[in-house]
Design a protein. Structure first.
Length: 404
């Protein structure tokens, strides 16, 4: 290696602890500056919904009657979620924001540690350095940015479900697997698909635990707030107007794509239902193949992708459920032998996160008609579909469950 090559390598990849710390510090400053100035900040809107709702409820108001002043947006989660959020009545607004940011940061750290940890160990990278770099990249993803600036709960729920996957990796703690998934499903319905995932991958005990926990938590909420539970399960759950227009560009689910395709007319329910059936069939086949290959991380990742596609409403911030699939894609690229396949996988492993950082769908926020609107306004849906159909399935020893 020439002197010039040695110098260039050192510049590209610092090898000393001091150099790495300086690089991470610089990247963190750049990320914070970017987050503070470039993207649309959501002004903690969803946290305002939660905060206002639980205060309204604690003061004797009906849980699902509260609306953020000047809007038609109110609480859309099951009553158990409101029970979990009651501690917000004990703190002021600024403290609630601070706790939300800290909890989301902690959840993001856990998610990265449990999903990227096996890859980092296998590649022999410095754990703190690799995780810090991954954290900077993770913070730039639009779903992550929006989750934090909305004050959303997506990262917390993903951490709960990934925690179950980690427990299932082995050891005595496996007996507790399912608790996190059950709690997540009781807080928000989307994670309930992971109960089916547990059944499909031959983990009936964990699936039973998750079901019992979800039903138990829902029952506790029903006992504590029977009127609110009745309103939610009989009325609010089915009122899509509470969450927003299905055709809005932020809805990056299969239903959102269909709604935009037919907008301003009523979307075809038959087309939506047919699509859901096809997606479920593809998911089931691919998850079973992944499980047979002992690629538990890929099976888990495919379920996260499915959750984004089949949910009637998948706002951009819900797409944090795609993050395990992005790690699997990168892992597959790094493990592939030198050649076209490796270059292709690594190119996609870089390109997809870049697109997910771009906020490109908002170019069609006012008008998603035409071919450009169909392609660009649904680009996150295309990413989800591509991951569901083509995410590489690996063979041992790559096939570690998250956190193994």
């Amino acid at each position: 290696m020439t002197q010039l090559e040695t110098t260039e390598t050192a510049w590209r990849r610092p090898t000393t602890t001091r150099g790495r710390m300086l690089l991470i510090a610089g990247l963190c400053c750049a990320v914070v500056l970017f987050l503070a100035t470039v993207p649309l900040h959501r002004d903690w809107f969803d946290l305002r919904v939660y905060y206002g709702t639980v205060h309204h409820w604690a003061d004797g108001g009906a849980l699902y009657d509260y609306l953020v002043p000047g809007t038609h947006y109110g609480f859309t989660y099951p009553p158990f979620a409101a029970v979990c959020m009651l501690p917000m009545t004990l703190v002021g607004w600024r403290s609630a924001v601070a706790f939300s940011v800290l909890l989301n940061a902690a959840a993001a750290a856990v998610i990265l540690r449990w999903t990227a940890g096996p890859l980092i160990r296998r590649e022999g990278w410095s754990p703190w350095y690799a995780l810090a770099l991954a954290g900077c990249a993770f913070a730039l993803l639009e779903p992550v940015r929006d989750t934090v600036s909305f004050g959303q709960v997506n990262l917390l729920l993903l951490a709960l479900v990934i925690g179950d996957a980690r427990l299932l990796a082995g050891g005595r703690a496996a007996r507790y697997a399912g608790i996190g998934t059950g709690l997540a499903a009781a807080i928000k319905l989307t994670p309930a698909v992971f109960i089916v995932h547990l059944l499909l991958t031959g983990r009936p005990r964990a699936a039973a635990t998750a079901t019992v926990v979800a039903l138990g938590a829902t029952g506790i909420a029903a006992g504590a707030a029977p009127d609110a539970s009745r309103v939610y399960w009989m009325e609010a759950l089915w009122d899509t107007d509470r969450v927003g227009a299905l055709a809005y560009v932020s809805n990056q689910s299969w239903q959102g794509l269909v709604a935009r395709l037919f907008d301003p007319h009523e979307p075809s329910r038959a087309l939506w239902a047919l699509g859901v059936v096809v997606l479920l069939a593809v998911w089931a086949v691919r998850v079973r193949k992944a499980n047979a290959a002992r690629d538990h991380a890929a099976a888990f990742a495919l379920t996260g992708v499915l959750a984004c596609l089949i949910s009637p409403v998948t706002w951009v911030h819900h797409l944090v459920w795609l993050s395990p699939a992005l790690v699997v894609l990168l892992d597959a690229g790094l493990r592939a032998p030198e050649g076209p396949d490796r270059r292709r996988l690594l190119a996609w492993a870089v390109a997809l996160p870049v697109v997910l950082c771009s906020s490109v769908v908002w170019l069609w926020s006012k008008d998603s008609s035409g071919l450009d609107g169909f392609l660009g306004g649904n680009i996150y849906v295309w990413i989800s579909l591509g991951l569901l159909f083509t995410l590489p399935l690996r063979t041992p020893p790559a096939a570690d469950a998250p956190g193994r």
